[in-house]
Design a protein around this ligand. Sequence first.
Ligand code: SIN
Length: 187
Amino acid sequence: MLNTADENRRRHDLHPDHPVWLFGYGSLIYKADFPYLARRPASITGWARRFWQGSHDHRGTPDKPGRVVTLIEAPGMVCAGMAYRITPDVFEHLDHREKNGYLRFRTPLTFADGDLADGLVYIATEDNAAFLGQADEQAIAEHIARSEGPSGSNRDYLLHLAKALRELGALDEHVFRIEQFLLAGND
Ligand code: SIN
């Protein structure tokens, strides 16, 4: 299986005493299983959240990968999420958690109150081995409904994310449509 943890360790020259902002747009919004110094709603521009990344290690298995979110370049679009102020040692845990294809990139971010900062964001780009790519939103919902892995059901990942986005006041048509298809499939 692909593992991007080593590549991420080499990627940025972070000073151990200098905290950085990390922008989360998927499970990192609702599952903060790491220490942080501050947590603030934020957004980044030019990216769209899409359920186009395979999950072999959390919400699926190597034989039956689930579907989780990544970011796709989308000029002008705003992606809402949560920013965390963390010390660089926390990346040891995060790089392991995000090892299935995600690489850390630098990004400008805008906090909900208008303040600006630079931060890091994990993106699984189209050339990573676990990338699944575009599919019909109904097909994505069906895929999610039948997937599960060591971190739990893929369904819970989607429902937790949709709930967290609603709490942030973020309108994400892609996520909400998949949620609707998933819930309709239960009837
Ligand atoms: C993120 O949440 O920022 C990355 C994708 C994920 O872990 O769900």
